[in-house]
Design a protein around this ligand. Sequence first.
Ligand SMILES: [Zn+2]
Length: 135
Amino acid sequence: MKSIKPGRFNSGQGIIGAVIGLVFAIFWTITAASMGAPIIFPVFGIGFIILMVTELIKNIHNFTNKDRYSEFDIVDSSEEPDPWNSRFEQTDEYNSAEYSGEAQADTDVMYCPYCGVKISHDFEYCPKCGKKLPF
Ligand SMILES: [Zn+2]
């Protein structure tokens, strides 16, 4: 399994973004609560605060530590199959005959349509019966 890790600069930007978001979320929550707004508004604000705190923790970790959290994991289908592909029975196209060397070899081996002898693709006349080949 291979992982894609976020860059240090992106993580640094993420810290700035999370701080701005956190300040906004705190401001939103306090304002909504003090104005006597319906309960959904301060609750939304608290949820936003939690989201920004987790963003901040993630980005600080990725900015400073060697073992950054993965942005993406690159996995082979044998390691972890895609449930969506399994559901719709999609075959891995790179495993299909179309992409295999076997199919490639088949196009190079041809047979004379008159006598059936195995011939090479670039022959103009059959080496056994001598007839002109149509391909
Ligand atoms: Zn022939």
